[in-house]
Design a protein around this ligand. Sequence first.
Ligand code: 6R9
Length: 630
Amino acid sequence: MSTSSERFIFEPSPEASAGSWAEDWQEIEKRAAADPLAYWEEQASELEWSQPWEAVLDDSNAPFYKWFVGGKTNIVTNAVDRHITGPHKNKLALIWESEDGKEVRTFSYFSLNRDVEKMANILKAMGVRKGDRVTIYLPRIPEVFFAMLACAKLGAVHSVVFAGFSSDALSSRIDDSESKLVITADGSWINGNVFPLKDIVDEAVKFSPTVENVIVVKRTGTEVHMDPTRDHWYHDLENLPIARGRCETVQVDAEDPLYILYTSGSTGKPKAILHTHGGYMVGTYTTLKNTFDIQEDDRFWCTADAGWVTGHSYLVYGPLLNGATTFMYEGGPTFPHPDRWWKLIEHYGITTFYTAPTAIRSLMRFGDAWATRHDLSSLRLIGSVGEPINPAAWHWFHSVVGGGKAPLMDTWWQTETGMFQITGVPSMPQKPGSAGRAVFGQVAEILDEHGNSVPDGQEGFLTLKNPWPAMARTLYNDEQRFVDTYWSTYPGRYMTGDAAKRDEDGYFWVIGRTDDVIKVSGHRLGTAEVEAAINSHSAVSESAAIGLPHEVKGNAIHSFVVLNQGYAGSRELTEELRAHVSSHLSPIAKPDEIEFVNTLPKTRSGKIMRRVLRARALGQDEGDLSTLEE
Ligand code: 6R9
C-alpha cells in the first residue's frame, strides 16, 4: 500500500465535533506537545486525590518511571466513591444482560458500591490485605466488576485470567502471582452450553500452595465439587454478617500496584504486566473521555472480556472513572442469531460501541439485513481495537452499523501501554485503515533496526518516545525481562513490537507484530505457548507454530509437527493434537492446520526459523538463509 492510495478521508461532521471534549484538537495537541507533563497534571486534577502529588513524573530511574509521585488516591475513589456523593448517585453505572436474554441486572452507582463493599468485606474477612494477589476467573457477569473493584478498594492486586484458558494456563498464573484467593463461578454460558469453570479451577489449584480460599459464584447451576475447607459459595458468604456494612476505600500511593495481567510474549512463559493506581487511572480516564467523547447521557458498550486489557481499561475502569453507564453482555455476537448484538444496541439505545475487527468481519459475512432490520440510530460513535481494521470491514462497520454518520475511532494500544497510544478524537478527520495520531502528549516514531528515523511512508518499527501515565511499570517478578523486552532495543524509548508507517499528515498505519506474538480473533497469543502445548503431547517430538492470514480471525495458527519414532500422522492424530491444545492452553489457540513434517528449519544454533516456514506457506521469497542449518 502506498500512502497516496490512503488519501481517502472522512471529515468530521459538525454534530460529532461540536461540544466534544477535544473539539479543538489541534490546539490541545500543540499544547500537550509543548508540555506533556502540564497536560497530564491538568488531567489528573480532574480526579480526586486524598494527598496531592509532589512531582508529576520521576524519570530518574528510567525505564522504571513513576507518575504522580507522593500522591495518594485509589482508583475506586474515582471510579465509584466520588459518584455516590454527587449527582451520579442514582445514575446507572452498569447494565448487564444474560446470554439467553432472560435476565437483566442493572446497578446504579449507589448499588454498585453496595455490591463492591460486600465483596470487599468478604475478601477482608478472608484475610486479603493491601498488596495481596487475588486471581479472578469469571465469565462476563457483574461479579467480575465487584471482584476487580473490591480488590482495588482494599489495595489488593487483581490478576484476571480470561475464563477460556485451560487449567494449565490458569495454574501457572495462580502460582506465578502467588494468589491467596481465587474468585470463580460454577460455569459459564457459551452459545447455550456450559463451560465448566469450577472443574478447571479444581484442577488448577490442586498443587497451588498459596491458595487458601476459592469463592464460587453460582451462574449455570451445574453440579460442582465443593471442598469444605477451601471453597465457598458467594451467595452464602453474601448473607453472613461479615459481608455487611461499609467498607472503607484504602488510600494507596499513586505508584502502588492495581493489577497484574498476563499476556503473551516471544517465549512460552507469559509476561505479568503490572499497572498502578494513579497513572493508570489518569490515563484510562482521559483517553476514553477524548476518543469516545463520553457525555452524561451515553451508554457505552465495550464488547471485550474483562480477561483482556481492553476489558480492564475500557469496560470496567475507563467508563466508571468518567461516571458513564457501561454495558456488559454475557454472550457472543452470533448466538442464537447473527443479530444478537444489533438487537442489544437497539434495545438499550447504546450510543458508543467499541469492538474488534474480527467480530465485524464475522458479522459482515451474514449480510447487511441482520443489522439493517434493527434501529441502530442511537449510535453516535463506534470504535475498533485489537488488530488493523481492513478497508472492507471499516466501510461495513462505518456505513451499515454506524449509519455513515458515527465517526469510527480506531484505537491502537497494548496490554503494556494500558491506554490508547494511537487513535483519533471525533473532531479529527479519519483515514480508514489508519489508527490515527499519537494521543495528546505522546510522540510516536518509526525507526529502522539501527534506531534511525525512517522517512514518512516507509515501513519500520513503531516506538513511543514519551513516558505516559498508564504505562506498565514492570513485569511482576521480572524487572530484567521488562528492560530487555521493551527498553533495550532503542535506549530511552519504548519498543512496541509492531511494524508501522507514518504518513505526511502524521497519521500512523499499523502493519502488525514483528515478533512471535500473533493476534487470533483479536486475542493475543504467543507461538511459543502453542508450541509448548503441542510438545507436551506424547506423540510429539517438536513443533513450530506460525500465524497465517485468515479472512475472519485476522490470523490463524498453523502448526508444523515432528512426531516421535513409532507415530504416524493421521486425521485422528490431527484432531487429537488440536483438542490437546484446546485443553492445555485454550480453545482460542487451537491450530487451524497441522502439518506433519520430518524436520523443522533451524539456525545452526538450533533456533526454529519460523519466518522460513511462513514464507514457504505463503509462497514468498524465503529471504536470507545463510544461518539455516544444513
Ligand atoms: C489493546 C490490545 C496488542 C497488539 C499490538 C498490535 C495489535 C491492537 C490495534 C492493533 C492495529 C489497532 N493492535 N490494537 N493493531 N490496529 N487498532 O489489543 O492489547 O492484546 O496486548 O495486543 O495488538 O499488534 O501490539 P494486546
